[in-house]
Design a protein around this ligand. Structure first.
Ligand code: NAP
Length: 298
C-alpha cells in the first residue's frame, strides 16, 4: 500500500491521479492523509482509503502508516511557523518515528536542489529542507529526495499582475539561467519511484526540467504564448522581504525566503548537471500553453 500526503496539493494531487491510473491493474492499495476529505473529488474518494488529519500529528501518521509499504512525503508551507526547523524537520518528526515503528519500506520526499553547493548551508528554506531529508534518511528507511528547482507553477501566484500589467517579479538577475520544472513532472518522478521500489538506501533524484532558463527567457516565452508583451521586473531582496511581511508572514519564514533567493542567485541550483535521465519533459512553452494561458484567460 502506498500512502500519499497532500493529495489536494499541486504535486500530491497530480501524483494521486497518476497512481490511481497505474495501480488499477496492479492491485496496489492507495491511502491518503487529508485534512478535509470533502476536498477530494468523489471519484477519487471511492478508490482510496482516507485517513483524516494533518500528517504532522503522531496519532494520524500512526494510523496512516499501519500496513504501508511506501509513503509520499511533502511538507506544506506554513506562514506562521516559528522557525524553518519547525516547518520542515519539526513537521516531519512524528512521521520519521512512525516510518520505523511501522516498518515502512520506501519513502519519496519533496525537497530541493542545492546539496553539495557552497551556499547549501545558508539557503533558508532549502537548507531546512535538506536537513529534513537527513532526518528521514537517518531513520534507515529507503529514501529518495526529489531535488527540485523553482517550479514553473510559482508564476500562477502572479497571474493577476501578468494579466493586468504584463509584469512578473522575482529577485534573481534577469539573465541568470537556472533549472526550472513543472510540478506535473515532479509528480511523475514521484510516481515512478513509488511504483518501482527496486531501489535501496538513500539519495536524491533531481528534477531539473528540460533546460536552464533566465527570467528574460521566461518573459520572451510568455509574451509569445500570451500574444502580448510580458516584462520581468527584478525586485530587491529588501523589497521582497517587505512584501512578505506585508502578507503577514512570520520573520523566520520571510528571512528563509530571502536567504534562499540570494543563494539561488549565487548558484544554489547549479550543482547537478542535467542528463537525459534527469531532464524532465515539460518545456516552459508547453506549460505556458497548457497551464498559464488558461489561468490568465480565466
Ligand atoms: N515552489 C517551489 O518553487 C518549490 C521548490 C522546491 C521545493 N518546493 C517544496 O514543494 C512543496 C510544495 O508543494 P506543492 O506546490 O505541491 O504544495 P501545495 O500545492 O501548496 O499544496 C499544499 C498541500 O499541503 C496541505 N496542507 C497545508 N497545510 C497543511 C497542514 N498544516 N497540515 C497538513 N496538510 C497541509 C494542503 O492541503 P489542504 O487542502 O488541507 O489545505 C495541500 O494539499 C513544499 O514542501 C516546498 O518546500 C517548492
Amino acid at each position: 500500500m502506498i500512502v500519499i500526503t497532500t493529495p489536494t496539493g499541486q504535486i500530491g494531487g497530480r501524483l494521486l491521479e497518476i497512481l490511481l491510473t497505474e495501480t488499477r491493474t496492479r492491485g496496489e492499495e492507495l491511502r491518503v492523509i487529508v485534512r478535509d476529505p470533502g476536498k477530494l473529488p468523489d471519484a477519487v474518494r471511492a478508490h482510496v482509503d482516507v485517513v483524516t488529519g494533518s500528517h504532522d500529528d503522531p496519532e494520524v501518521v500512526d494510523r496512516a502508516f499501519a500496513g504501508a509499504d511506501a509513503v509520499f512525503w511533502l511538507v506544506p508551507s506554513d506562514t506562521q511557523t516559528p522557525s524553518l526547523e519547525a516547518m520542515y524537520s519539526g513537521f516531519t518528526r512524528a512521521a520519521a518515528k512512525a516510518f520505523t515503528t511501522h516498518g515502512v519500506g520506501h519513502v519519496v520526499g519533496v525537497s530541493a536542489l542545492g546539496r553539495g553547493t557552497p551556499v547549501a548551508g545558508r539557503a533558508g528554506h532549502v537548507t531546512a529542507s535538506l536537513a529534513m531529508d537527513d532526518l528521514i534518511a537517518g531513520t534507515g528507511v529507503a529514501y529518495r529526495a526529489l531535488a527540485n528547482p523553482t517550479f514553473f507553477d510559482n508564476l500562477l501566484w502572479q497571474v493577476a499582475s501578468i494579466r493586468d500589467h504584463g509584469v512578473f517579479t522575482e529577485t534573481v538577475a534577469a539573465d541568470r539561467k537556472a533549472p526550472r520544472a513543472a510540478t506535473r513532472d515532479i509528480a511523475a518522478a514521484a510516481a515512478g519511484l513509488l511504483l518501482d521500489r527496486s531501489w535501496t538506501g538513500t539519495g536524491e533524484v533531481p528534477v531539473p526540467g528540460p533546460e536552464d532558463l533566465s527570467p528574460n527567457d521566461l518573459a520572451r516565452t510568455m509574451s509569445d504564448v500570451l500574444g502580448r508583451p510580458i516584462r520581468y521586473e527584478r525586485q530587491t531582496l529588501d523589497a521582497f522581504r517587505t512584501a512578505l511581511a506585508g502578507r503577514g508572514m512570520e520573520d523566520a519564514l520571510a528571512q528563509g525566503y530571502v536567504d534562499m533567493m540570494r543563494a539561488k542567485d549565487d548558484g544554489l541550483d547549479d550543482g547537478v548537471p542535467r542528463t537525459p535521465q534527469t531532464a524532465s519533459p515539460t518545456t516552459f512553452r508547453e506549460w505556458c500553453e497548457q497551464v498559464l494561458k488558461p489561468a490568465v484567460q480565466a
